[in-house]
Design a protein around this ligand. Structure first.
Ligand code: FCB
Length: 458
């Protein structure tokens, strides 16, 4: 099973999850420093203060990437390293770190893919309302211009936002991520200002070279849990919130009508101003897709105990997701449904865009065990990736313009609210010593990349 000749096999990380060095070289505090240091927010009280200490172990980590034969690496820039207070001139020492990273990648023939915002908003901007304040969209475009000005010559692929749904809803409606608020109206304002920030950043970067510019969304196919029409309605609402609330403004220049109606109950939506949607729907060069799961949805008002454990509650939608019978889960409790990836990619191709698509994240946490020699035989992760690569291949065969695949993650790292308890890496990190050990999945992935495909019957 071969992939297209120039298929971009990569791995992904994000700044706060791996860098550590939170107060070095002029870095300012971000909402994740504040949030992780407040008691009760993160499992075991973990923080990203040290994380994988990647900031100090850059060369070693670059060599590891090269040893896997990676063709691309997706990383994010920490906004508070570039603008410690979220505005004003760029901090050269902050830029220098990413210049060294990019130079190290290019020396090793690894294509850099840069994400501008993977959730670490400067705390100074949060103090003025963060993403609920329209000003933040403009600050984001300034920041984008600084980073682009310094790195446009060496970085070909740029992603404005990572998963705006997660920033908006886990951060502002469900209180699970920074800044930890619980207000659906705030999540809606944040959604709009994130998307507007994306549009303004595109505008700021378009004039500065011929880089490819895109955005990364976390998307999930949605299906009703039963034939009950109430469940079908609930599935429509979840699809509206999780997928269409982002895809429609970006690709059609309008918010979905059913969602506008639904949310009029909590917000007058006055933050949507004339001209905003034109900026938000400015042409892209590619779409980044993070795929982790399908949502199987039931109506929450349906009454009666669910036969299946509830995986996730969309409180503001009167809906919840359930685990379909017989489906296995990862250590996160997420259902493993590789065919959902094919379904999602085909839908994007049919309903939204023919642009190049990259899977910018896919992977899984499992309960990895390091044996006394330090080896990690993570056969579940190999099986997970194998099945998802095949699902991606099936989408390519059905005509989807899929150009690359980034495994989440290169390294075990700080998994947000779950702290260090969940390991997603293909490289094991022993946190007390910071020793890195490639897992069996890393060796397997190296072979996939070398062959540019999978062997049938593997
Ligand atoms: C995604 C995030 C990424 C990582 C994975 C498991 O939502 O973008 O940082 O935490 O989930």
């Amino acid at each position: 099973m071969s992939f297209p000749a120039d298929f971009l096999w990569g791995a992904a990380t994000a700044a706060y999850q791996i860098e550590g060095a939170v107060d070095e070289d002029g870095r300012g505090p971000s909402i994740w420093d504040t949030f992780s240091h407040a008691p009760g927010n993160i499992l075991h009280g973990d923080t990203g203060d040290i994380a994988c200490d990647h900031y100090h172990r850059l060369e070693e980590d670059l060599d590891l990437m090269a040893s896997l034969g990676l063709r691309a690496y997706r990383f994010s820039v920490a906004w508070p390293r570039i603008q410690p207070e979220g505005s004003g001139p760029a901090n050269q020492k902050g830029l220098d770190f990413y210049l060294r990273l990019v130079e190290g990648l290019l020396e090793r023939n690894i294509a850099p893919m840069l994400t501008l915002y993977h959730w670490d908003l400067p705390q100074a901007l949060e103090d003025w309302g963060g993403w609920t304040n329209r000003e933040t969209s403009e600050r984001f475009a300034d920041y984008a211009a600084h980073v682009h000005g310094a790195l446009a010559d060496s970085v070909g692929a740029w992603i404005t936002l990572n998963e705006p749904w997660v920033s908006a809803w886990l951060g502002h409606a469900y209180g699970i991520h920074a800044p930890g608020h619980k207000d659906a109206a705030e999540a809606l304002a944040a959604t709009h200002h994130l998307l507007l920030g994306h549009g303004l950043a595109l505008e700021a970067m378009r004039s500065g070279g011929d880089n490819r510019l895109g955005v990364t969304l976390n998307l999930s196919p949605v299906r009703p849990a039963s034939a009950d029409p109430a469940d079908a309605e609930a599935a429509r609402r979840v699809d509206g919130n999780a997928n269409r609330l982002y895809l429609d403004p970006l690709f059609r220049g309008a918010y979905p009508e059913d969602m506008l109606q639904h949310y009029r109950a909590v917000s007058d939506l006055r933050f949507v101003r004339e001209g905003d949607l034109e900026k938000i729907s400015a042409p892209l060069d590619f779409l980044g897709v993070n795929y982790y799961m399908r949502h199987t949805v039931r109506d929450e008002a349906g009454g009666g105990a669910s036969k299946f454990p509830t995986a996730m509650r969309f409180a503001d939608l009167g809906a919840e997701t359930v685990l379909p019978e017989g489906v296995e889960t990862t250590a996160m409790g997420w259902p493993i449904e590789p065919d959902g990836l094919t379904e999602l990619l085909v839908r994007l191709d049919e309903e939204y865009t023919k642009l190049p698509i990259y899977i910018t994240e896919n992977g899984a946490a499992f309960h990895d065990y390091a044996d006394p020699e330090g080896g990690v035989d993570d056969e579940e992760r190999v099986a997970y990736l194998d099945a998802h690569f095949r699902a991606a291949h099936a989408a390519i065969e059905r005509g989807v313009n899929l150009r690359g695949y980034f495994v989440w993650s290169l390294l075990d790292n700080f998994e947000w609210a779950e702290g260090y308890s969940k390991r997603f890496g293909i490289i094991y990190v022993d946190y007390p010593t910071q020793r890195r050990t490639p897992k069996a999945s890393a060796r397997w992935y190296r072979e996939v990349i070398r062959r540019n495909g999978l062997r049938d019957g593997d």
